[in-house]
Design a protein around this ligand. Structure first.
Ligand code: ADP
Length: 335
């Protein structure tokens, strides 16, 4: 192969720039040319492309976001769009396309493969860590570290004012950010999609837990991590409910898109280097429709559909530690 294309698609993630840098440097190392499509699949449809060389990407790894831009492109789901994309790839003499993004972007890649014969390699770039086939996704470590910093700050004011706080974090349908930021900050409670699917938390059980923690531990503050979409109306509604119905002074805090910005954590920059370079090596080996991932320190290729079809569970030991070991023992009848 002689020429590859690269794009960043879907929700941006810290470390996407570092992954782009790695892809371009690896391509140059192996004598391949690189064409970047801007704004994800939108640019692929509009043939909005720029050639990239090492000089363009050397000093971008310390910034979040993506210099080639990302976008959502709903019309890419049609056959006409995939055909148009295939045409543009052919006209640009592209042998392999590297897609840096999350599960939606990988579904898009699979869709494209029905209309294009070139190779497609995925690089997992999402803060959610919700892709099977890699221990971590690029952006996850940074998002957790941002949430942890916020939770530390919230603890200061919660302690001072004897308050309950609810901090809402991202994660789509997965609780990885919620679990890791809870563990890293010592929050008293986590409300995560995986746990809610197993046994939804009732407000009465939550209030009992708050009271037990205060009584048994003598704690004056109580900090709870709420994954997005896991309470009707989110953190704001839950805080209002606790104040109105149970007279608990409670404040919500929505971290939102702050979780995606700033300086990528070292772990994400290094992961991006490994996954970006391995993506190019997979292309050179003739692989297609696989994701470049890391499992237990080893680079592993996983078929793209597996990445969103196979469930990636939370670490049961971390859940056990948080729920059983770190919590005051339940009394009979308590939820
Ligand atoms: P992420 O990659 O972060 O999960 P999205 O779910 O928004 O982000 O998906 C990014 C883009 O991938 C979509 O805007 C769309 O262009 C494309 N895409 C997602 N799902 C499909 C699909 N089933 N078929 C074709 N394209 C898709």
């Amino acid at each position: 192969i002689k020429k590859i294309a690269v794009l960043t698609s879907g929700g941006d993630a810290p470390g996407m720039n570092a992954a782009l840098r790695a892809v371009v440097l690896a391509a140059e190392h192996y004598g391949l040319q690189v064409l970047a499509f801007r704004h994800g699949y939108k640019g692929l449809l509009e043939n909005d492309a720029v050639p990239l060389v090492a000089q363009d990407v050397l000093h971008i790894l310390q910034y979040s976001g993506t210099i080639i831009k990302s976008a959502r492109c709903p019309e890419f789901k049609t056959d006409e769009a995939a055909k148009k994309a295939a045409e543009n790839l052919q006209n640009n003499d592209i042998d392999a396309l590297v897609v840096i993004g999350g599960d939606g972007s990988f579904r898009g890649a699979e869709h494209l493969s029905h209309h294009w014969n070139g190779q497609i390699i995925g690089v997992p770039g999402t803060i959610d860590n919700d892709l099977y086939g890699t221990d971590a996704t690029i952006g996850f470590a940074t998002a957790v570290s941002i949430a942890m910093d916020a939770l530390d700050k919230i603890r200061d004011t919660a302690e001072a004012m004897d308050r309950v706080f609810i901090v809402e974090v991202m994660g789509r349908e997965a609780g990885f950010i919620g679990l890791s930021s809870t563990m890293a900050s010592g929050a008293e409670r986590m409300i995560l999609p995986e746990l809610q699917r197993e046994k939804p938390l009732t407000i009465a059980a939550l209030v009992k837990h708050i009271e037990r923690v205060k009584k048994v531990r003598g704690e004056s503050s109580y900090v709870m991590v709420l994954s997005e979409h896991q309470w009707p109306g989110g953190a704001v509604a839950l805080a209002e409910q606790l104040e109105a119905e149970y007279h608990l002074p409670c404040r919500p805090c929505l971290l939102g898109h702050i979780q995606r910005g700033g300086s990528p954590a070292a772990a994400d920059r290094i992961l991006a280097a490994q996954l970006g370079v391995y993506a190019i090596e997979l292309a050179l080996q003739g692989e297609t429709l696989v994701m470049s991932g890391i499992q237990g320190n080893k680079a592993v290729a996983t078929p793209l559909p597996d990445t969103w079809q196979i469930d990636k569970p939370l670490d049961p030991n971390l859940v056990h530690i948080q729920h059983r070991v770190f919590n005051p023992v339940k009394k009979n009848g308590d939820a």
